[in-house]
Design a protein around this ligand. Structure first.
Ligand SMILES: Cc1cc2nc3c(=O)[nH]c(=O)nc-3n(C[C@H](O)[C@H](O)[C@H](O)COP(=O)(O)OP(=O)(O)OC[C@H]3O[C@@H](n4cnc5c(N)ncnc54)[C@H](O)[C@@H]3O)c2cc1C
Length: 420
């Protein structure tokens, strides 16, 4: 994953002189990632909501991550994008949209715990560019729930095989939180529609083949339409330079007089806002699962470091202030994990409420930022070096309080729900 020796060359120039990272950290960084990560301390409490099938699935998906993803992470980070290949491999192995019915190419596995496992395992290897859960758990449900049979037959098999990668385009340069303020326009031209507008910050923006676009459809209101790769007038803008998530192809999209067949409208015209509100709860749970798993990653890496790194003749974790920081980190993550696991079960039985999703999203994403801050601090100068997993965890965490609805919007909705 990381070339420690390259880094020690930089340090050897006298910048930090003779400082050496702890042996444990060197092992984590020096290219035997599977072994190294297995040496990280297990800090998670025993969890009751997974059975033997889930554990087997986790084992297999972990192997997939180790063999098909981890060896490419460095290359993807440099390229600013993951390969299409990984999408196809995920499809071949049944990891794309397993909840979709078998007749459309899925596995008919309608158990959200499998999604939780995949999100956790990707977090375990610090993978933030391969947007599997965005494809599987955030966007595919729009197609599965609101498309007619003809549309399902057209699109679902491709999104299960990896032939088509998904994106959802709501945000525009002039509006994000205030979704009702979008300006992208759909005009009715009798037998077809014309789409005009611009979207920004779109995840999978470059790789996507099927983009669900939210647009104002004349006086009908917000409507969801599918724009497909290759449609005339559909152009990709810049792949945006971001603070973190460096291998995720977040991009601008432009629609210039795109001719969209009416058969690409998802569900009922004018119902787009309702559909988005219905599915955004699951998107927020996906964020919360990723955030708590990211916090767990920070805990494990930081714990390994503070046990190994010595100052004043002692492991730095043995100073009381640091021991307390680690104790608080573990406690808060455990509390958060318990809450998230209970909400995952509510997703399984269909009783999750939007309010629970708002609470989970804001609290866990604040938490991952807090623990990542402490984790960097406990790594000292090494924590600022991108060669260290903690540094990437820190920069990747920052966006989580902003996307999928900012944490202020989450609190606004919780407050309104109390009649305030
Ligand atoms: C890496 C990345 C990936 C993304 N992926 C996608 C994607 O795939 N598809 C997509 O459609 N969008 C995507 N987004 C967009 C993201 O969802 C928006 O950035 C987000 O919803 C916030 O919108 P905004 O950036 O316009 O901020 P604004 O809405 O301008 O908000 C700015 C600030 O004002 C605050 N604010 C706004 N309204 C209120 C209020 N009523 N009360 C209190 N505070 C308020 C916000 O909380 C925030 O702090 C992505 C963004 C990023 C950075």
């Amino acid at each position: 994953m990381t070339d420690w020796y390259k880094m020690s060359g930089i340090l050897g120039n006298g910048v930090i002189g003779a400082l050496q990272p702890p042996a444990q950290t060197r092992r984590i960084l020096s290219g035997a990632p599977d072994d190294a990560l297995h040496q990280l301390p297990e800090t998670r409490m025993k969890r009751a909501h997974f059975d033997a099938d889930h554990e087997l699935f986790r084992e297999n998906f972990r192997k997939f991550c180790e063999t098909e993803i981890r060896p490419h992470q460095e290359e993807w980070l440099k390229a600013g994008i993951v390969s299409r290949d990984i999408w196809q491999k995920a499809g071949e192995n049944g990891y794309l949209c397993p909840f979709i019915d078998e007749q459309y190419g899925g596995l008919g596995l309608k158990d959200f715990r499998y999604s939780q496992i995949m999100i956790e395992e990707l977090a375990r290897i610090g993978e933030s560019g391969f947007a599997l859960s965005l494809h599987n758990d955030v966007i595919a449900p729009y197609l599965d729930s609101f498309c007619n049979e003809e549309q399902k037959a057209r699109w679902l098999p491709k999104i299960c095989s990896g032939e088509a990668i998904l994106a959802v385009a709501m945000t525009e340069p002039g509006t994000g939180s205030d979704l009702k303020g979008i300006k992208t326009k759909l005009e009715d031209k009798g037998d077809h529609l014309i789409l005009n507008g611009a979207k920004t910050f779109i995840s999978n923006g470059i790789l996507s083949d099927i983009v669900i676009v939210a647009a104002q459809y004349e006086d009908k209101g917000i409507t969801l339409v599918v724009v497909e790769r290759g449609m005339e007038g559909f152009e990709r803008g810049r792949k945006l330079e971001k603070m973190g998530m460096h291998s995720q192809d977040t991009a601008e999209l432009f629609f210039n007089n795109v001719i969209v067949p009416k058969a690409n409208i998802i569900g009922m015209p004018g119902m787009g806002f309702m559909y988005l509100m219905q599915k955004l709860a699951q998107e927020r749970i996906v964020c919360a699962i990723g955030a708590i798993a990211g916090a767990q990653f920070v805990l494990e890496h930081t714990l390994a470091y503070v046990k190994d790194r010595k100052a004043f003749g002692k492991p730095i974790g043995s100073f009381q202030a640091n021991r307390f920081t680690m104790a608080e980190m573990k406690t808060e993550i455990t509390i958060g994990q318990t809450f998230i696991d209970s909400l995952v079960m509510k997703c399984v039985d269909g009783t999750i409420t939007p309010e629970e999703a708002f609470m989970a999203k804001y609290w866990t994403t604040d938490l991952v930022n807090k623990v990542a801050y402490d984790g960097v601090q406990l790594h000292g100068g090494y924590g600022f070096m991108l060669e260290y997993p903690i540094a990437r965890a820190y920069i990747d965490a920052r966006i989580t309080t902003i996307f999928a609805g900012t944490n202020e919007i989450m609190k606004e909705m919780i407050g309104r729900g109390m009649g305030l």
